[in-house]
Design a protein around this ligand. Structure first.
Ligand code: FAM
Length: 464
């Protein structure tokens, strides 16, 4: 039987019993977490039952365009953890990201709300206290163990395999540890689903930074990961394991990034995929592995990498020229003329500047406004919305978060663009796992929308 190993910390579990058979022994903070969730779950189950009594009530009309064009804005699923307003952006349990950043507990001396505190908020609907956050961070560290065989699988992957493929593989490699799957096999009752889903959600959240750091080390360095430091918070420890810099502000930037990307309601590609797969009662590891494959798409998570690549290409092509709003507009016109999109601009749902972008901009203005890459990002922020607007078809000409993240990471020496999309899933684990737990808690059924061929649609819509 393999031992459970925590890489880099050079720590092995004192009693090397594998995580495979039974739920992780509970702890006071997990009991507190569940105690906070239980009344909310009961309230939502009742609300769901009341809503279903009005089950025949129509809430929307569906257009042909929505049917063909990706079900845009069709309200046809339930996600408890967050809600996206086209103008105001995402709110975690009703709190805007600005409020989250202000109200969530922070690391000592830090300014960014801690992402694990956001996870608690997404799960319970409450901002955790400082003490709860500290205990929750410790709980994640306690669960931060990965089996040696999973690390061996990652070590066997070719260095030139995209890091997103590797992180999806890592999720599947860890699937054997799923407590939800084990308990399902042992006949757990429906009412217990969420508690075992929570076990997996907490374990997976604790494990993913280790896997992500290992992938970074294997692909871009010599495979050795800097020591796991359980004195740090969840995000700072991940930043530390990447080993790109000793600058404490990189830890702060990582906290901000991981808090801002944690959740984005349920309709986006990766969250929706995770939800869909989870609705078949595939366990959290299977579900998130599927979601990660969606996040790897260039119109979704990969935009982060694409956007930085575009900015660096601009810097290269315009070397020696002054970057002004006018010159960047001319350059962007050429990108558009080549039939390409401007990465980092536009959004499927938002109709305003992404608040995540604005919070990253505030951070960059404060900490590295003299950075040449920031100046380019800033010029794009000012110049490109009017250009995209002038095309007359772009529904949101403003920047989304991906237009900024690359600059911040590059500033601290994380220059490996292929890795950028992996930082996103480390963060988004919090949201999709909270969603998974809640979907089981309120007993959402298997998802099965109806599809039709175009000519069947034509019979209805065009009467032919
Ligand atoms: N540059 C050029 N054209 C754009 C554009 C952009 N940034 N954004 C939208 N358009 C075009 C779009 O291609 C479409 O053209 P056609 O009708 O000729 O096909 C038209 O404008 C209408 O598109 P839309 O309705 O405004 O956007 P969609 O909902 O179809 O797509 C995005 C949304 C995000 C896929 C799109 O804006 C895009 O491709 N942006 C660049 C890639 C990007 O930044 N993705 C990151 C999204 C991010 F939030 C995330 O998920 N991480």
């Amino acid at each position: 039987m393999e031992r459970i190993a925590r890489i880099a910390a050079h720590v092995t579990a004192p009693n090397p019993s594998p995580l495979t058979a039974m739920p992780t022994a509970s702890s006071p903070i997990v009991e507190t977490l569940k105690a906070k969730m239980k009344p909310l779950i009961a309230e939502k189950i009742k609300l769901k039952a009341d809503l279903l009594k009005a089950g025949e009530t129509k809430i929307a009309d569906l257009t042909v365009e929505q049917c063909i064009n990706g079900a845009r804005s069709v309200k046809c699923m339930v996600t408890e953890t967050s809600d996206l307003d086209a103008m105001k952006g995402i709110a975690y349990r009703g709190l805007s990201l600005y409020d989250c950043n202000k109200q969530l507990p922070k690391a000592p001396g830090g300014e960014a709300g801690l992402p694990e505190a956001a996870f608690w908020l997404l799960l319970t609907g409450e901002v955790p206290s400082e003490a709860e956050t500290k205990a929750f961070t410790e709980e994640l560290h306690r669960r931060a163990v990965v089996p040696q065989y999973a690390l061996t699988i990652i070590d066997g992957l070719p260095k030139d395999m995209h890091p997103m493929t590797q992180i999806s593989t890592a999720m599947l490699a860890l699937q054997k540890e799923s407590i939800f799957a084990k308990m399902y096999d042992q006949g757990m009752k429906k009412g217990e689903y969420w508690e075992y889903a929570l076990e997996d959600a907490l374990n997976l959240t604790a494990q993913i930074p280790i896997m992500a750091a290992k992938i970074f080390a294997n692909v871009f360095k010599n495979g050795s990961v800097p020591a796991y430091d359980s004195k740090l918070d969840w995000a700072a420890n991940y930043a530390q394991m990447l080993g790109v810099t000793d600058d404490p502000m990189f830890k702060e930037a990582t906290r901000l990034y991981l808090m801002l990307h944690a959740d984005h309601e349920g309709g986006n590609v990766s969250a929706h995929t995770t939800h869909l797969v989870g609705s078949a009662l595939s366990d959290p590891y299977y579900s998130w592995a599927a979601g990660l494959c969606g996040l790897a798409g260039p119109l979704h998570g990969l935009a982060n990498q694409e956007c930085l690549a575009w900015l660096l290409q601009v810097q290269k092509d315009m070397a020696g020229q002054e970057i002004t709003e006018k010159s960047i507009t001319e350059y962007a016109k050429k990108t558009l003329a080549e039939g390409k999109v401007i990465p980092g601009f536009g959004h499927a749902v938002l109709r305003n500047t992404d608040p995540r972008y604005m919070l990253e901009r505030e951070f960059a203005l404060k900490h590295h406004s003299a950075d040449p890459l920031f100046k380019l990002v800033d010029a794009c922020f000012k110049a490109l919305p009017p250009l995209l607007e002038s095309l007359g078809k772009v529904k949101n000409p403003n920047p989304n978060v991906d237009a900024h993240s690359g600059q911040i990471m590059t500033f601290y020496g994380l220059t490996q663009q292929n890795y950028y999309t992996v930082i996103f899933p480390v963060s988004r684990t919090l949201g999709v796992m909270a969603q998974y737990v809640w979907s089981r808690a309120i007993g959402l059924p298997i998802e099965r929308p109806k599809s039709v061929p175009l000519d069947v649609l034509a019979k209805t819509a065009l009467k032919k």
